[in-house]
Design a protein around this ligand. Structure first.
Ligand code: A3P
Length: 275
């Protein structure tokens, strides 16, 4: 975890949860931001104008991020003061999420992603945050050794996979969103108790949520601004980080060597066989 999290552990675990809260929980780089924008549209009756005019980081705060860098707007206050129903983001594993969330059975959307695509997306991100510097090989080793933010990867996913049939949990994947975003939108309407909108609105939503639109919109830009702010603070000019990087399924195929793919596959298989 980032060192600032130690300071805010108590505040997070004791965070006052509300029954109508909707949480987006993921491992980093698994499509969090994309799902935040998707879920926000559903929760907000597809108010595209509002989505375009207010940065996603304000509409859906990243709760435990408090104090990550100097001058950063407070995230707990933002989450506490958000108008209900709130849409909240966390990368924490189930066991570290606010206790009341489980008592209230607030709704949770979990998004998983192919581990190899998450890895290739994660490295430039952590380099931009100046929390990792090294080769791809070293990054993969660090990832498999659980040395990076929010790792271990598989237990994080499996905890929610086990809960996927609970009424308050919606489990999906980046890959499913790529394949059938309309289907995910319809599922989410049902999950949060909203009527499924007309085909026209659904098409508008799919367009709003496309990689190219989000790159230009308040959602993609807000995350880019957060990372650029941290980069400036660290005088980190080495990284040319693009938050909206590739947005595809299978990016590892031309970014990892056959050996790197093999080692991530056998590491995953070993974990999953024993789990
Ligand atoms: P890549 O780095 O593979 O491009 P997170 O929000 O969890 O940090 O995830 C970031 C990843 O989601 C990045 O993956 C980013 O490009 C991708 N992403 C964000 N919005 C997207 C969208 N509308 N469509 C497809 N991928 C998207």
């Amino acid at each position: 975890m980032s060192s600032c999290y130690n300071k805010y552990f108590d505040r997070m675990i004791n965070f006052k949860s509300k029954e109508d809260d909707l949480w987006i929980v993921t491992m980093p780089k698994c499509g969090t931001t994309w799902m935040q924008e998707t879920a926000w549209l559903v929760q907000s009756d597809f108010d595209f104008d509002k989505a375009k005019s207010i940065p996603l980081t304000e509409r859906s705060p990243f709760v435990e991020l408090e104090g990550l860098y100097e001058g950063m707007p407070p995230t707990f206050d933002a989450a506490e003061n958000l108008q209900s129903p709130r849409l909240l983001k966390s990368h924490l594993p189930a066991s570290l999420l606010p206790k009341e969330l489980w008592q209230n059975r607030s709704k949770i959307i979990y998004v998983a992603r192919n581990v190899k695509d998450a890895v290739v997306s994660f490295q430039p991100f952590l380099e931009a945050l100046a929390t990792f510097k090294g080769t791809k090989e070293q990054f993969i080793q660090a990832f498999m050794n659980d040395d990076l933010y929010y790792c271990p990867f598989w237990p994080h996913i499996l905890e929610f996979w086990e809960m996927r049939h609970e009424k308050n949990v919606y489990f999906t994947s980046y890959e499913r969103m790529k394949k059938d975003l309309k289907g995910v939108l319809k599922d989410l309407c049902e999950f949060v108790g909203k009527p499924i909108p007309s085909e026209e609105i659904l098409n508008q939503a799919v367009d709003h949520l496309s990689f190219d639109s989000m790159k230009k919109s308040s959602a993609g830009k807000a995350m880019q601004a957060v990372i650029d702010g941290i980069k400036d603070l660290n005088n980190n000019n080495d990284s040319n980080f693009q938050f909206m990087r590739r947005g595809i399924v299978g990016s590892h195929k031309d970014e990892l060597t056959a050996d790197q793919i093999k080692s991530l596959d056998s590491w995953s298989e070993k974990f999953l066989n024993e789990a």
